[in-house]
Design a protein around this ligand. Structure first.
Ligand SMILES: [Zn+2]
Length: 136
């Protein structure tokens, strides 16, 4: 099956065109930063290797989050329920032939660590767990 817009081959039965998404992500690399090179690199790697729209990490600037509820004593530490204003850019628009933002989305925000290395270690563990669950 080929992508009707770019004619790239879509290998996995989804509407995910890996070459076009890679280009999109690379074009946007300079539009955001977490402030930590290692974390930026980690997020960018998930974007370049993604095989579907739910496969990659997205940096959400704090200005796009409206915190609605804070749970300070959750089992995993501090957890907040927030509205992600605008949401992810993952809805195909046939009129503009581009992905557009989905619209506001409720998300859970978990505090992990101020230490970038500890943060990456914990996120890596969570991703490994998700990938294993995805393969079952
Ligand atoms: Zn394409």
């Amino acid at each position: 099956m080929a992508d009707p817009q770019c004619q790239h081959t879509l290998s996995n039965g989804t509407l995910w065109c890996k070459p076009c998404w890679r280009r999109h992500f690379v074009n946007n690399f300079n539009d955001w930063t977490t402030g930590h090179d290692n974390i930026d690199e980690f997020i960018r790697t998930t974007q370049l290797e993604a095989n579907k729209v739910t496969d990659y990490l997205h940096f959400i600037p704090s200005g796009e989050l409206t915190i609605e509820t804070t749970y300070k004593n959750a089992e995993v530490g501090i957890v907040q329920i927030a509205c992600w204003i605008g949401g992810p850019q993952d809805v195909w628009d046939d009129n503009t032939y581009a992905y557009k933002r989905r619209g506001d989305l409720k998300v859970a925000v978990q505090y992990i660590s101020e230490d970038p290395d500890e943060f990456l270690q914990e996120v890596g563990k969570a991703l490994d767990h998700l990938l294993l669950a995805d393969m079952k």
